[in-house]
Design a protein around this ligand. Structure first.
Ligand SMILES: NC(=O)c1ccc[n+]([C@@H]2O[C@H](COP(=O)([O-])OP(=O)(O)OC[C@H]3O[C@@H](n4cnc5c(N)ncnc54)[C@H](O)[C@@H]3O)[C@@H](O)[C@H]2O)c1
Length: 358
């Protein structure tokens, strides 16, 4: 059956989903947002998409076979489960949920309903990530023993005072916001080994200043000085996996370091090849050996919008999942694996020691 989409959460990323669906020729027939103004704006921007008056109204639309869950993290588990119960194929934005226990609830519902779910780990599908994964599969990197992944922003706290910085709604700061992307990608590139132990630390130095937070622009609107900021703005972790792989993750919403002095992206260390690559970039080299010499392998990419390429690839696989039951771009097990690491980093930071991943 040809796919028809509904969007739950008509905010920033809900609109990116609708634009991607339009490029793919997938009709968006409806949306639901708890904020009626957001629903109305979405309806006006995406002709053919009806702004529903409740989630039940959207889920009852028989012609809508698939839905995107793009609501704040606190409602991921509840909304995803309701959509699965209604028989919809679900695209669940990252992070999977707020805790491993919530991930387990989603997985139990998925199993009971024999449903279909794809996680929104867009970093996997950028041209660079796909190329590196391809070279890894071909053996160019040999055995991967370490991955360093970093996303640093000098001033990038999203929506200070809003849901992103309120732990009860987001589950945390840059670790759960950005860390999910890079930790998932590190595991994905290294063949999805089981995480075993984590040593992590989190810091809160900028966001909690509220009115004293100096910045130039802000994702998710201007600061709400009467709002809450009780999450970290920097996190670092060393993750030990089965088989010996280690992952070093560094994620930051704010710092007093010029961004040109830090490397935003993935550094992959293999015993035959390795590279640093910017996740949303196209210029990098794989360092290896050839002809008895140290040599670089430089992939060339087709021109085009990198973000569109990545989102279009996610949707190519989402459509194959919805229409033909093919494997998702990233599955629920991957979402839970990352969540188990996030939970362990927060626990390790609170206890000040290395902890087991549950
Ligand atoms: N894949 C990515 O790169 C990426 C980027 C940004 C955000 N996200 C994820 O997408 C989700 C949404 O983020 P955003 O930046 O679009 O936030 P946003 O605040 O712009 O949008 C969220 C929308 O959901 C609505 N909403 C809140 N609770 C709801 C509910 N229970 N039912 C229906 N609507 C509800 C809000 O009114 C708002 O319009 C988050 O989980 C975030 O982590 C993913």
């Amino acid at each position: 059956m040809a796919m028809n989409l509904g969007i739950i959460g008509a905010g920033a990323i809900g609109n990116v989903h609708a634009e991607t669906a339009r490029r793919a020729g997938i009709p968006v027939l409806g949306c639901w947002d708890v904020n009626p103004a957001k629903g109305a704006a979405f309806e006006a921007r995406h002709p053919g998409a009806k702004a529903c008056r409740s989630v039940d109204e959207l889920l009852a639309m028989r012609e809508v076979d698939s839905v995107v869950v793009a609501v704040p993290n606190v409602d991921h588990a509840e909304v995803a489960c309701r959509a699965l119960e209604a028989g919809k194929t679900v695209f669940l934005e990252k992070p999977m949920a707020m805790s491993v226990a919530e991930c387990d609830r989603i997985i139990a519902t998925l199993d009971r309903t024999k449903g279909r779910l794809q996680m929104g780990f867009v970093s996997r599908s950028t041209p660079a990530s796909r190329a590196v994964r391809h070279f890894i599969d071909e053996g160019t990197f040999g055995r991967i023993y370490h991955v360093k992944c970093s996303l640093y922003r000098r001033r990038g706290v999203p929506g200070l005072g809003g849901w992103f910085t309120t732990k009860a709604m987001s589950g945390g700061g840059p670790l759960i916001d950005l860390g999910v992307h890079v930790i998932d990608l590190a595991l994905h590139l290294a063949g999805s080994p089981r995480p075993q132990r984590v040593s992590g630390a989190t810091y809160a130095n900028f966001g909690r200043r509220m009115g004293g937070y100096v910045h130039t622009n802000m994702w998710a609107g201007p600061p709400r000085l009467d709002g809450t900021c009780d999450v970290e703005d920097h996190a670092t972790a060393l993750i030990r996996c089965e088989g010996g792989l280690t992952i070093e993750a560094n994620v930051t919403w704010a710092m007093n370091v010029d961004e040109k002095h830090v490397s935003n992206g993935m550094t992959v260390f293999g015993d035959k090849g390795g590279c640093f690559f910017p996740i949303f970039g196209k210029q990098f080299a794989i360092a290896t050996e050839a002809g008895g010499k140290v040599a670089d392998l430089v992939p060339e990419f087709a021109s085009g919008n990198v973000e569109h390429d990545a989102w279009d690839e996610q949707y190519r696989m989402f459509r194959a999942l919805a229409e033909r039951g093919e494997r998702p771009h990233a599955d629920a097990a991957a979402g839970r694996r990352v969540q188990s690491i996030l939970d362990a980093v927060y626990r390790s930071s609170a206890e000040g020691r290395e902890v087991e991943v549950e």
